[in-house]
Design a protein around this ligand. Structure first.
Ligand SMILES: Cc1ncc(COP(=O)(O)O)c(C=O)c1O
Length: 398
């Protein structure tokens, strides 16, 4: 089968030709013009570094936070600009204090790096991490609700939940779950790494104690641009991973939270400076803006999933309503491989990449145990690419 073409919008990106790039989910991909904007900010910074950091940066970053806040429907003063979602989770977990025996809920589909953070902090305080098993295949969002709420006890203080799970690509019922958990006095740490630009987020309405999201994934902003949103009543307890001048700066008319997070030492903020361009430029690629992009990517992921299921005789492991712009499928049990540690490449991933030029993740997940592959759908992808993947898998799994 011939190599497939990308969609016409792929000209906005500088993706390597000849590759079938079906893994936007892992690290995103940034359009050429957004990268140009990041470089413009680096040039401004290096042309007069002192003026940039001391005079310009406070205003520039205030504008960036305001632009993000308008997109997320929250107060810009509740947003901290961090490097990535793992840093967001670490910022919260390493700020909080726990009592011995406090319980922290985590679904077994949670992203391993964030799970590691929870385990590390819990161990230090003698808190207990309660892993909530979720099935996969899964019947629907109600299964998640029942499992998570059923695990709450009078010792539960915190729950880390995903907007969309990484290994299984499930859109969690995070709005309802957050309302229920917060209503029971359980603070929610929302891992929205797959969040902004993928699912609508209205942070004030959501009411989670803490939300962190990567802008480099579905907003297509440069790498190193993420945010942490902390609800006002929680801000006094949350401090940046790097304590700097902000701790002792005179408050003036701002908050300690703002001071502490606005300056965490000299760092390259060009990725964050390019956020307004990412929001406007990518949002302008489809008529209807971001809501239309999310819908388009969702529809493409569903079509891709259907193409693969039909060609390979697979059953969709979750209803369409739990699919966003990524979709995970379960490889047949008899497929060779499986049971491979997460840090090692699956041989099927290597073959797909080296023999067919396809970039798509394949991994074995310990709980629920299975060998999965996950497709992504972004504006540059085309249906043909999923057909090509289906054909390649037919050759390799035959
Ligand atoms: C659900 C989830 N959480 C957290 C992360 C971590 O993102 P980062 O490595 O950018 O911190 C990812 C990355 O893919 C993810 O999928």
């Amino acid at each position: 089968m011939d190599k497939p073409s990308r969609s016409t919008l792929a000209t906005e990106w500088n993706l390597e030709s000849g590759r079938v790039f079906l893994n936007h989910g892992s690290f995103g991909a940034t359009p050429t013009s957004v990268r140009g904007e990041q470089r413009r900010w680096q040039d401004i910074m290096e042309a007069e570094p002192v003026r940039f950091f001391e005079d310009m940066m406070p205003t520039v970053l205030q504008d960036v936070r305001q632009k993000l806040a308008d997109f997320l429907q929250c107060d810009s003063n509740d947003l901290a600009l961090v490097e990535n979602a793992t840093s967001g989770v670490n910022t919260v977990m390493r700020s909080l204090e726990f009592a011995e025996g406090d319980e922290i809920l985590v679904p077994d589909h949670a992203y391993q790096a964030c799970r590691n953070t929870i385990d590390f902090v819990a161990q230090r305080w003698g808190a207990k991490v309660v892993t909530v098993p979720l099935p996969f295949p899964i019947e629907g969002p109600h299964v998640v609700m029942d499992a998570m709420l059923g695990a709450v006890t009078d010792r539960t203080v915190l729950a880390m939940i995903d907007t969309v799970t990484s290994p299984t690509g499930l859109r969690m019922p995070f709005e309802e779950l957050t309302a229920e958990l917060e209503g029971r006095g359980v603070s929610v740490l929302l891992d929205a790494a797959h969040g902004i630009g993928m699912v609508p987020l209205n942070l004030d309405e959501l009411g989670a104690s803490y939300t962190t999201s990567n802008c480099h994934k579905w907003l297509c902003a440069p790498k190193g641009s993420a945010f942490l949103h902390v609800r006002k009543d929680k801000q006094a307890d949350i401090h940046p991973l790097t304590i700097s001048h902000g701790m002792t700066f005179p408050l003036g008319d701002t908050t300690r939270f703002r001071h502490e997070f606005d300056w965490t030492g000299t760092r390259d903020m060009s990725a964050h400076c390019a956020l307004p361009t990412a929001i406007d430029h990518v949002g302008g690629l489809l008529e209807g803006g971001w809501p239309a992009i999310m819908q388009h990517n969702h529809d493409l992921a569903i079509r891709g999933r259907n193409i693969l299921c039909e060609a390979l005789g697979l059953t969709p492991p979750c209803p369409d309503e739990m699919v966003t712009c990524i979709a995970t499928l379960i490889l047949p049990e008899q497929s060779e491989g499986g049971g491979i540690p997460l840090h090692e490449p699956d041989p099927l991933h290597v073959v797909l990449s080296e023999k067919y030029g396809i970039q798509v993740p394949v991994w074995s997940w310990p709980s629920p145990r299975g060998r999965y592959f996950r497709i992504s759908a972004q504006l540059y992808n085309s249906e043909e690419e999923y057909r090509y993947l289906a054909w390649a898998l037919q050759q390799e799994l035959a």
